[in-house]
Each structure stands twice: as structure tokens, then as C-alpha cells.
Ligand binder design. Sequence first.
Ligand code: ATP
Length: 455
Amino acid sequence: MKYNLDQLNTYAKRYGFIYQGSEIYGGLANTWDYGPLGVNLKNNIKSFWWKKFVSQNKLNVGIDSSILLNPKTWEATGHLSSFKDPLMDCKECKTRYRADELIKRSTNSSVDADGWDYKKMFDYIGEHKIKCPNCGASNFTDIREFNLMFKTQQGVTSDNNDVYLRPETAQGIFLNFKNILRTSRRKIPFGIGQIGKSFRNEITPGNYVFRTREFEQMELEFFCKPGTEIDWFKFWKEFSYQFLLDCGLKEDSIKFYNHSKEKLAFYSNATTDILFAYPWGYDELWGISSRTDYDLKSHQELSGENLEYLDPQTNDTYLPYVIEPSLGIERLFLAILLNNLEEEELGDNKTRTLLRINKNLAPYQVNVLPLVKKYHNELAEEVYDLLLKNFTAFYDENGNIGRRYRRADAIGTPYCITIDNQTQEDETVTVRDRDSMDQIRVKISELTDYLKKLL
Ligand code: ATP
């Protein structure tokens, strides 16, 4: 059985992955809070990315820059003038749409209007009599521009203090390019990775956590010599794809969408989206773009700071070209659940909910269970304390053991450790494997090493 979004929402709420935001006040549209399991999974995804792209990667270093940047940043990059979406309303029911999304939706994604000028979109909607998905009327307003950046004020006075919540983490990297070059003693080619929150005042957020106004990105800006960028672009495309497979995504759920020349942003000479098969169809999970020297050049021009690189071998100076793989955590979170959650047939008309997630991403690595609370809880607590030193562990003592195993399977816990009468006699526990459900006995004194090998 494949989970649809409603079923996934019910599952995620029931077990404590994701709750509706501000629920006791009736919610705040399209905001989501991550519960105990959700925050563990998110942190595991982030630390896995950080390891692969930064801390265990010879090529890259990391940064954690501010969310609020000098507003000139957004003037330089063009976000203030052109980070806009085409907004249109249905005149009958007043539902608000992004015009390119409306076209995409009504053509089952066969027409991609992203990047079209507004007249072309408006004409297409009129000529094809595209209907409002909400009320069925074909009566829309003109298209207006809508800037996606959240504006706020810094400080107590209100004159000229406008600042923006960053719509991407990337610019904090470009602003620090020279600092990092100097202090990390790196040579081109090298990259800078960052994980952090970004904000976009999306016109039509939705599809659960797929499109929200507050989200987290994992971005790499990889700096290389002009002329080598297409080779690096291919390298990071392949590397990113492999990362998704390592996260447990299935090959047949992922595909590449290479942007044609006409669709490329004016500063890019190659862009690929990695698409995932979400319940509503293939949609963007990861954007990978070769951005030339656009960002560094724009900041150099507006700031007056020289951001060129001096090649120590050839004494040439140049502005490096940049490859940017940019991934949204929530979109990957959703893809991991969708690809790994199943109702497994056990025979005799029995099934179990199983999250067959990569063991290193599982919200809990081990679950400690006294077989009978009354008799085994003291020893079980000791084992729990022991395992907490090395693993993310969960203690569960209520209800019958079968039910507790099912719950552990449903949240993807790879190993259940059960303490029973025999534990009192020979100091062994059972270790139950989530996928095979096989159990073996292991001495408590050897348990940590045993589990370390498995995990
Ligand atoms: P879309 O076309 O879906 O709006 P985009 O092309 O504008 O996405 P990018 O600017 O390339 O997205 O951002 C890089 C990545 O950040 C995306 O591939 C996605 O994973 C994530 N992302 C972007 N916008 C959102 C959002 N509103 N909510 C959640 N994740 C997002």
C-alpha cells in the first residue's frame, strides 16, 4: 500500500513526527511543528548531509551565517526586483493562485510555464479556458507581481530599517567567501556548505510540508575555475543522486529534469532539478545549478570589495564559477517517509505498519522493553541507562510486548532489546531485528559493541 498525504499526515501526527502549527489556537495555515520523532529524523538527515557534504568531505568546509543580512545583499542579487511570483485570483470564489502552478496543474505537469512572461501565461490560461480548481469558473483577474521576501524592521525606529528574512541560505556564503578563503587556507576548487532556515512568502503553500513559508535548506556553494564548471556540475549531480540513494530513496522514485536553454535562469549555464515521485506527481526535491560568477560579481560590483581569487600557482586572478546543489530538508523528510513506510503482509490476514528507514536515520536506534513491567523494569532501566551512553534509545514498558514491537516497527526502530526472566539468570537480553523480526540473545556486557557493529 502506498500512503497518500492524508494517511501520512495521520500517521505522522499519531506517532509524534509532525503536528499542525499553533494547533490550540486553531492553527496557523501551512505551519508545522516537528515532534519528538520528527525532530530526531530531521536532525539525523541534517547530520547525514553535513557528514557527506562537509565534515567528512575533503573538498568542503562549513558556515553558519545570519538569517538577517544587509539589505544591499538582495539588491545585488536581484531578489528585491525580481524574486516574484505571478499572482492571480479567481473572480468568482476569490481563491488565490500562482499562474504558472495553475497551468502546470491543469496540464498534469506537461506544460512548464515557470519563466514565461506574464502575458504569455495570461493568454494561455484564457485560450485553454483553464478552470479554477476550486469552483470550476474560468474567470481570473490579471496577473500581478508578488515579491516572496518577508520584510521586517530592525531596531526601534522605523525609518529606513527594512530588513528581509533570507529566502535562501546561499547568500550568507557568498558574503563570507573572502573571509573563508583567508581563514581556511583553501585553494580553488573548494566548497562551503550551510544548513539553516529560509523564508518565502509563498502564494500557494501546501501539499503538507512540501511547500511552506518557513523551511530549512542544506546548500553547498562550490567554487571552481571558469571552464571547469560543467565537469563539477556533473560531479555534484551524481554525488547528490548517490546521497539520496544512501538516504533510502528508491531509484524508480527519482528522476532528473534538465532545464532546456530557454528555461535556464539568465545567469546559469546548466541547471538540473532532481524530482521525486510525490503522491501528486513528480516534483522538485533538489535544485542543482551552475551559476557562473553571477553572485560574486554582483556583490563585488555593489559592495566595491574585490572578491577575486588569486591563483597561487599561475598568479592569475579571476572570479570563481559556482555550482550550487540546494536541497530542502522537509521535502527530503517527506520523500523518505513516503518511500519507506509500508503495510507489510505477515500471512494469516495479519499486517504490520513498518517504517523500513535507513538505520542511521531512524528516530530511535534502539527500544528497551521489560517483558513484564512488574518483574523486569529495574534491570531494564539499567540496560536503558547503559545504551543511552551510545545510542538514541527509547524506553517502553506499557502494554503487551507484541503491541510494543509493532509500535517500534511503525516508527522504524531497528532494534528492540527485551529484558526477561532469563536476563536475571544469565545476564543476556534478546535483540530483535526490525526487518526480519528474528531474535537472538546477547550478553549485556557485549551489547554495546554488538549494536555498534550493526549500526
Ligand atoms: P519551487 O519551484 O518548488 O518553488 P524553487 O525552484 O523555487 O522551488 P529553489 O529556489 O531552487 O526552489 O530552492 C532550492 C530548494 O529549496 C528546493 O529544491 C526545495 O527543496 C527547497 N524549497 C524551496 N522553496 C521551498 C518551500 N517553499 N518549502 C519547502 N522547501 C522549499
